[in-house]
Design a protein around this ligand. Structure first.
Ligand SMILES: Cc1ncc(COP(=O)(O)O)c(C=O)c1O
Length: 446
């Protein structure tokens, strides 16, 4: 009697030929997966660091206090007592969860209040909440487009946009990062019959770049292309009152749809789309990741409502965020670090080599600084960074300590002498980068 490779008896030798054809096991890749164990064996694994307590801009990890420069809590509202109290109050009134979709049983008064407050704040007709920002991007990109349409997608857009593009029936046309010329070249080739949708981050999550919205929007308009801006890292950061990139550039009337998240400046989780009433009503009845998922928990909704109110009532938070941001831009540059083209509180320290970026982050952690490295595929291969981001609540002493420690460890690791460090910078500004190169490189991550 012969056996299949799965170890199941076939009963008859007669079936041997059939049994030779091994069925593919979808788990094989999991058994062979070792990217994380390589970094772990070197003692350089930077992910899933456990946080045992959070005190604003400091966290405790296994008994040691670290200055947090790896979070998106830009305004320090995540731990604000008033936000926490609002979350508790909402929980008392409505319970721990809504146990259903907004569409059916999960629509509470706080959801509607938050949508109204956001619409007023952003000067938009209508807003629709999503359970995450990821879903908001997914919802827009999968519901609004058809298979004859095209999404014009900046190459450095966030992963949730890339995944939304993949799930959309439309064709995705990537263009060189932040280049209105590249956008024009792509749009020129599309027929008038194709619906066109320009999708960009307002502030790019890894480089910290601000989108060149005035130029992009102008080109888009020439070609009848609708404009969508993901304000995840711009809300609470840019704009006169923290409304985001679109308001920062005074282009609210020119941008068709805006996406935002509550997981950064507003200190919680969840996302939204803001636009005209017909578009939002369409999404409310068509976006499957809105309709078929549980609505935002009462605690989240109550907390975000309070955070949104405080952000408007306490503009000094945004002022302080920018003071801290300027200090860090100047501080890193004067120390000789390469911070790319950032214009925001997201400050990447360009390293190049993945292993060096991991070493750097590990050494920082040991010195009491919580910063995260970003390696492929979060950034392009060979352009690893240590990503840092700043909060309104960081003190001068904390920021000075961060700069001193980066300088010391940077020298010890030879970052400044490394040609990869400079090469990384050169390649970042090479707008001719294309997806094919990235695909080849996919074969050789850490
Ligand atoms: C630019 C951008 N868009 C969307 C998202 C997704 O937001 P959320 O965390 O609410 O899912 C993020 C979060 O990392 C982001 O950085």
């Amino acid at each position: 009697m012969k056996e299949t490779t799965n170890g199941h008896s076939n009963g008859h030798v007669h079936h041997f030929e059939e049994a030779q054809e091994t069925h593919k096991d979808i788990f094989t890749k999991c058994y062979e997966f070792n990217q994380h164990t390589k970094a772990q064996s070197l003692g350089l694994y930077p992910y899933f660091r456990r946080i045992d307590a959070t005190m604003g801009n400091k966290v405790v990890c296994r008994g040691e206090t670290k200055i947090m420069i790896g979070s998106n809590n830009y305004l320090g509202l995540a731990q604000d007592e008033r936000v926490v109290e609002a979350a508790i109050e909402a929980t008392r009134k409505y319970g721990a969860g809504c146990t259903g979709s907004r569409f059916l049983n999960g629509n509470i008064q706080l959801h509607e209040e938050l949508e109204e407050a956001l619409a007023k704040f952003l000067k938009r007709e209508s807003v629709l909440l999503f359970s995450t920002g990821f879903f908001a991007n997914q919802g827009a990109l999968t519901s609004l487009l058809e298979d004859t349409d095209a999404i014009l997608c900046d190459r450095e857009n966030h992963a949730s946009i890339i995944d939304g593009c993949k799930a959309s029936p439309a064709k995705t046309i990537p263009f060189a990062h932040n280049s209105a010329d590249a956008l024009r070249r792509r749009l020129k080739r599309l027929p008038p019959s194709a619906g066109k949708f320009l999708v960009v981050d307002g502030v790019f999550s890894m480089s910290g770049d601000v989108v060149d919205l005035p130029a992009m929007q102008k080109v888009a308009k020439e070609y009848g292309c609708r404009v969508y801006v993901d304000e995840a890292h711009a809300l609470g950061v840019l704009g006169p009152k923290g409304e985001g990139t679109v308001h920062h550039f005074g282009l609210n009337d020119e941008v068709d749809l805006v996406m935002g998240t509550f997981s950064k400046s507003l200190g919680s989780m969840g996302g939204f789309l803001a636009g005209s009433k017909p578009v939002i009503e369409f999404l409310r009845h068509k976006a499957r990741c809105f309709m078929f998922t549980a609505s935002l928990a009462p605690a989240v909704t109550g907390g975000v409502l309070k955070a949104l109110q405080l952000m408007q009532e306490e503009p000094e938070r945004i002022e302080q965020l920018w003071k801290n941001t300027r200090k860090m831009h100047e501080g890193f540059k004067s120390l000789g670090f390469n911070i790319g083209t950032t214009q925001s509180p997201v400050v990447p320290i360009l390293i190049g080599s993945e292993i060096k970026a991991l070493q750097f982050a590990q050494r920082l952690f040991e010195a009491g600084i919580f910063a995260t490295p970003a390696v492929f595929p979060a950034v392009r291969y060979g352009e690893a960074i240590v990503r840092t981001s700043y909060m309104a609540t960081h003190t001068n002493d904390e920021l000075d300590y961060v700069l001193e420690t980066f300088a010391r460890i940077g020298k010890e690791l030879g970052i400044f002498d490394d040609s990869a460090y400079r090469e990384g910078a050169k390649r970042r500004t090479n707008n001719g980068y294309d997806f094919e190169v990235q695909d080849q490189e996919r074969a050789q991550p850490l």
